[in-house]
Write a protein that binds this ligand. Structure first.
Ligand SMILES: Nc1ncnc2c1ncn2[C@@H]1O[C@H](COP(=O)(O)OP(=O)(O)OP(=O)(O)O)[C@@H](O)[C@H]1O
Ligand SMILES: [Mg+2]
Ligand SMILES: [Zn+2]
Length: 510
């Protein structure tokens, strides 16, 4: 036997492609050549593979070893090609059952000591293998829980290269090594962040959170320090409905590639919540890095909430990077091997003080800032970012009189939000939109034709300069969400007024 082959998976964004890894041994001067457009990380794989084979008590062939990865067009980064390369070489040397190797997908990185190390992106990689008709996969032990989430996958976990070789019928002593544990950061999403009933008073802001959740509208909370903005924002994900199956798979895939997914709880079913610090770099929001790029916070927030607390404090470059995902619902990271696309359709929640001193709410009597200071402060958010934020409300200090009253719980609000989402789904069936916030102004007016009298009023407000055209679209969009929350088929005049009010943020300029 001088030819051995096996399978691996290349990942570009969340898209996996099965790659054939072929090893050929030639009676020529000993060498080890990898061909088939390997990226930089694969060159290092060469050294690791060789060392791991030696450490496993197996003999590296004293020949010219050529490993070819095909098809050539497929990106060769993804969850560790190390194991597949080693298995192909050992199959060519006749050290294991070549036929079994040829129909098994191998994922995993090798340590110099021959131990198998877990890799990122196992979920989308295994899903791609199963979809391509290759259900037999070997993964590092720590990745077994994640791989088995894929329906139809036949998963075998191994702790070392020797264990893989033994599984494929090779004669080798399998060392009793502890599997390399998963290296994961704290998973985001799904965790409980307090109940809405903790937030006292703030009737209007609570209502704004409910409307924002119901229509997936972006939200700006503006108010002085200590009013409860951070509290409110962090309770928004709790009132959002569970992800449906397709979204759960996609969101989990993003978190898998990001290396932050804890598979013990199964697929992520709750909308994620990402709250990067205001010192965050643009790269940490967008994603990047060598090999398979890691999705950033904006992608990890896909189908959930991206919360920018103290939003004006973020770097301008970071705020700018949000334009692409807000516009297209995805982030594209360019690489030599091609463009990695990660979905990034999140609900943006911004919290901010109204001015540097924080006191410019209501009449602004306590504020000592100059009007220039005030304009510059929020000016950093204005333009393309705030243009897309439908709900903009003021969160004033809590009034002492409201404190004693019982506030509604997350569960109560979540029930209304869920019903409103269901209503939107059925209304927008057959269109590309699922929630009111995604519907363009044009369609709001043309497709839906709410009560003509209602539109006439909005038009009058525009003509009189009380509303801009964009403000009118927003008011209509919010009016639909308000109507959905109330269980009405179409918005009424008070719903439109409520829509306008949800954009007030205590100042003109709708
Ligand atoms: N409406 C409220 N109900 C109950 N507790 C509140 C409320 N507002 C503020 N608090 C208390 O004050 C603390 C600070 O609230 P929070 O961090 O949400 O304020 P903030 O508006 O985000 O302020 P900052 O602008 O300083 O970030 C909370 O941890 C809570 O203990
Ligand atoms: Mg805060
Ligand atoms: Zn001020």
């Amino acid at each position: 036997m001088t030819l051995g082959r096996t399978l691996a998976v290349g990942l570009l964004g969340l898209t996996g492609s099965v790659v054939e890894v072929e090893a050929h041994l030639a009676a020529a001067l000993p060498a080890f050549v990898l061909v088939g457009l390997p990226d930089a990380s694969l060159a290092e794989a060469r050294d690791r593979v060789r060392a791991a084979v030696g450490s496993s008590g197996l003999t590296w062939p004293n020949r010219r070893v050529t490993v070819n990865l095909t098809p050539a067009g497929v990106p060769k980064s993804g969850p560790g090609f190390d194991l597949a390369v080693a298995v192909a070489v050992l199959a060519a040397s006749g050290l294991l059952d070549a036929r079994r190797a040829a129909r098994t997908v191998h994922l995993g990185e090798l340590g110099l000591d021959g131990r198998l190390r877990p890799v990122r992106g196992v979920l989308p990689a295994v899903a791609a293998a199963v979809a391509a008709g290759w259900p037999d996969v070997v993964v590092p032990v720590a990745d077994v829980p994640e791989a088995t989430l894929v329906p139809g996958a036949r998963v075998v976990g191994c702790a070392s290269l020797a264990a893989v070789v033994a599984r494929h019928g090779g004669q080798v002593a399998v060392p009793d090594v502890a599997p390399v544990p998963p290296s994961r950061r704290t998973a985001s999403g799904g965790t409980s962040r307090g109940d809405l009933s903790d937030v006292l008073g703030q009737h209007e802001a609570r209502w704004a959170v409910e409307v924002a959740a119901a229509g997936a509208h972006h939200l700006l909370l503006l108010g002085p320090p200590g009013a409860g903005k951070t509290m409110l924002a962090s309770r928004l994900p709790g009132v959002l409905p569970d992800l449906d199956e397709a979204d759960a798979v996609e969101v989990t895939g993003v978190h898998s590639v990001a290396g932050v997914f804890d598979p013990d709880g199964g697929l992520l079913r709750r909308p994620p919540f990402e709250d990067p610090h205001h010192t965050a770099t643009a790269a940490s929001i967008v994603g990047g890095g060598s090999g398979t790029p890691r999705p950033g916070a904006a992608s990890r927030a896909h189908r959930g909430v991206l919360f920018l607390d103290e939003a004006p404090e973020f770097r301008t470059a970071v705020l700018q990077t949000l334009r692409q995902p807000l516009e297209h619902g995805e982030l594209v990271i360019h690489r030599a091997a091609g463009a990695a696309r990660y979905p990034a359709r999140f609900q943006l929640v911004l919290a901010a003080n109204p001015c540097p001193c924080g006191q410019a709410y209501g009449q602004g009597l306590g504020c000592g800032c100059t009007s220039g200071d005030r304009r510059r402060y929020l000016g950093r958010l204005d333009g393309p970012l705030l243009d897309r934020v439908d709900v903009q409300v003021e969160v004033p200090p809590v009034r002492p009189g409201t404190l004693g009253r019982d506030a509604e719980s997350t569960a109560d609000v979540a029930e209304r939000v869920g019903a409103a989402r269901t209503a939107q789904r059925s209304r927008w069936r057959g269109t590309p939109w699922r929630v009111n916030s995604e519907v363009p102004g044009r369609a709001l007016r043309d497709l839906l034709r709410p009560d003509p009298g209602l539109l006439a009023e909005v038009d009058t407000a525009v003509e009189q300069g009380r509303l801009t055209l964009r403000g009118a679209d927003r008011a209509l969009r919010l009016a639909w969400t308000v109507a959905d929350l109330a269980g009405r088929d179409a918005p009424t005049r008070p719903d439109v007024d409520a829509g306008v009010a949800l954009r007030s943020r205590g100042r003109a300029g709708l």
